[in-house]
Design a protein around this ligand. Structure first.
Ligand code: SD4
Length: 290
């Protein structure tokens, strides 16, 4: 059976993001356009504190953004350590479409964005600045858990049967200046293989980078796993290989070519939003540690 079109995304803020994607998908639009439009919603929303505008800054008080996008033809684009641009996913798409490269970082990414007409603006809201100043006093090392999450990863299957995905984040709150997580790294925070399926991730990016987690999820689906099984197997790989995994949260979300979806995480508390012809829902992912 084929369930299309469909869009899935991480966390509760995935609901309004999916709505924006669905406007495109249900009219027969492309998955690529849907995922870009979808994740721009939390990027532009200052109330979403770990994506785009309003995101938590790094340890130096600077908001640095990571994002990537991948389409049905293995095209991908990515930006990392990007500052002062509200919609990094759209810059990532321009990298994909207008350059021979996959990834631009930092100053070069900013220069490129400006050359494409993106406006520089201050992304540090007064709320985020105040939180950072409080953190400076306490200097506690933050663990990515249910209080400190919210990267959005989105996967879509369009009416034509094509898959695309996008992922965008301000990364771990109060991270070291210059730190890049999994979210802009093709294979770690996002992967799409139009023959098989797509996967995205949220949580402690270092664990996804070490295991190339999203590529792993897609490869498990290639071997016959359902999306849910594939996500579970990738979490189990992390648990087997990485001794410190219990201190962190990682959640994988996957969608296959038939429109079946599933997720799995380490700690309780990860949920994801689904929108298809039957409507919109928020689902709690199963997890490893009870
Ligand atoms: C990172 N994976 O930068 C991101 C953070 C995140 O939910 O997903 N938070 O490591």
């Amino acid at each position: 059976t084929n369930n299309k079109p469909i869009v899935v995304s991480t966390w509760e803020h995935g609901i309004p993001a999916n709505e924006a994607a669905w406007k495109i998908l249900h009219q027969g639009g492309k998955a690529l356009d849907a995922v870009e439009a979808g994740v721009r919603v939390p990027e532009g929303d200052p109330a979403i504190r770990t994506v785009g505008y309003g995101g938590y800054p790094d340890a130096n008080g600077v908001v640095t953004l990571d994002a990537c996008i991948m389409d049905e033809n293995m095209n991908c684009g990515s930006v990392a350590f990007l500052q002062n641009i509200k919609h990094p996913v759209s810059v990532a798409r321009k990298v994909m479409e207008d350059t021979p490269h996959v990834m631009l970082v930092g100053e070069g990414a900013l220069e490129f964005a400006k050359s494409k007409g993106f406006k520089e603006e201050n992304l540090l809201t007064p709320e985020a600045k105040a939180d950072w100043q409080r953190w400076l006093k306490e200097r506690e090392v933050q663990m990515i858990n249910i209080e400190n999450h919210d990267t959005i990863g989105m996967l879509a299957l369009d009416a034509n049967g094509d898959l695309s995905g996008a992922c965008t984040t301000s990364g771990a709150a109060y991270k070291m200046h210059g730190r890049v997580g999994d979210s802009p790294l093709i294979g770690a925070g996002l992967y799409v293989d139009n023959e098989i399926g797509a996967a995205t991730a949220t949580g402690m990016g270092e664990l996804m980078i070490k295991t190339v987690g999203c590529h792993l999820v897609v490869e498990f689906m290639r071997q016959g796993a359902t999306p849910q099984q594939a996500c579970q197997q990738a979490v189990e790989r992390i648990a087997t290989k990485l001794g410190d995994y219990k201190a962190f949260q990682v959640g994988f979300l996957a969608l296959n070519k038939q429109g079946q979806y599933g997720a799995y995480c380490i700690q309780p508390g990860f949920n994801y939003a689904v929108q298809d012809n039957s409507g919109s829902q928020l689902i709690d992912a199963n997890n490893l540690l009870k």
